[in-house]
Design a protein around this ligand. Structure first.
Ligand SMILES: [Zn+2]
Length: 380
């Protein structure tokens, strides 16, 4: 089967009013994919999440409170998080899409995929939603992979510009879930300091990689290639999921990072190469991203990179090296050199056009490697 793109029309019924997290986000993504033939992905309707699968993360009383609030026509969960009558069904399908993605990949039906729903999920904690998020879709899917599907090691990379505090907290004490988050520091919700490494048995399995405002493709791609990929090799996950938010994009008004479509594609290619070597399926779950054009183009770039060069390899186009994505030269193994830039490593200067970071890329990567070597000596 082709790679899958999971979606559901209920995402459009989650009415947030005048709000950056709006139905037009999904419409923009689907129009972009439509215009490029869905990049070989098959669009699959997601089902509502099974109640027991949802309550493995979120207490029944919380789920019921959301259901009741929506049945009454909606209301505010917090200052940022608005619910309408259609939000409960939308949230059930958003979680259900992520779970279905995991099942399709673990069953070997599809090699990779992307679940594109709203509301997003990574800020939602077990007992309360926040920050535009109602249920933590990726956490529900990961919990399902561990509990119902019997996996022992699942990895989540969260590249949304905000810290995925909900996912961070839900798996804080677990050594079965390696949570890695790259996020702009001192941004909403204020969590995700480098010092938060998990607790108890989960110590070392929460990896926070805060980056300064202005960080662009060079920093994001270098952290993925030189920190996240080695972490994946050391942890050897049986499944990798990406909390794929696109608000680190240079055009996005909610933060000050400078990532471009090439950066998102580069990170996805690095993860695809790592997952191919580990024989671990890799899927993305949509989080933030609020400028419609930038969001749509970035999702398309991610899908192209996640899918990899398979189609053209089969066509005898000369192997992986011949199958460059739209943004740069795809080297064998998926290592990416972005347009006009230098190498990813060695103080690399992938040309993102972003504001230069004082001290460059290397100190940020080196600090992370040094800090993490305590738990992950293979990184040193
Ligand atoms: Zn975000």
């Amino acid at each position: 089967m082709a790679p899958v793109f999971l979606a559901h029309r209920s995402s459009l019924e989650h009415d947030t009013g005048a709000h950056p997290e709006q139905p037009a986000r999904i419409i923009a993504i689907e129009q972009e994919l439509e215009s490029c033939g869905w990049i070989g992905y098959e669009r699959v309707q997601s089902e509502a999440v099974d109640r027991a699968t949802l309550t493995a993360v979120h207490p029944e009383r919380y789920v019921e409170s959301i259901e009741r609030l929506c049945a009454r026509g909606g209301g505010q969960l917090d200052l940022d998080t608005v619910l309408s009558e259609g939000s409960f069904q939308a949230a059930l399908h958003a979680a259900g899409g992520a779970v279905a993605l995991v099942d399709l990949m673990l069953d070997g039906v599809t090699p990779c995929g992307f679940s594109a729903h709203r509301p997003p999920g990574h800020h939602a904690r077990a007992g309360h939603g926040m920050g535009f998020c109602v249920f933590n879709n990726i956490a529900v899917a990961a919990r399902h992979a561990l509990d119902a599907r019997g996996l022992q090691r699942v990895m989540i990379l969260d590249w949304d510009v905000h810290h995925g505090n909900g996912t961070n907290d839900i798996f804080h004490t677990s050594d079965q879930l390696l949570f890695v988050s790259i996020h702009q520091s001192s941004l909403y919700p204020g969590t995700g300091s480098a010092a938060d490494a998990g607790e108890g048995q989960g110590k070392g399995f929460t990896v926070n990689l805060p980056v300064p405002p202005g960080s662009g493709d060079a920093i994001y791609c270098s952290l993925v290639e030189r920190v996240v990929v080695p972490l994946a090799r050391a942890f050897a996950p049986q499944l990798v999921l990406i909390s794929a938010g696109y608000d680190a994009h240079r055009e996005d008004p909610l933060a000050e990072c400078q990532v471009t479509e090439a950066g998102f594609a580069g990170m996805a290619r690095s993860m695809r190469a790592a997952c191919a070597a580990l024989e671990a399926p890799l899927g993305g779950v949509l989080e933030g991203g609020y400028v419609l054009g930038a969001l749509a183009r970035s999702v398309a770039a991610t899908l192209e990179a996640l899918r990899g060069p398979v189609v053209r390899e089969i066509a005898g186009a000369g192997g992986a090296g011949a199958a460059a994505g739209p943004e740069g030269a795809g080297l064998p193994g998926g290592v990416t050199v972005a347009r006009g830039g230098g190498g990813v490593g060695a103080g690399g200067s992938i040309a993102s056009g972003g504001a230069p970071i004082r001290g460059g890329v290397d100190p940020i990567v080196s600090e992370a490697i040094g800090r993490l070597a305590r738990w992950w000596p293979a990184l040193g």
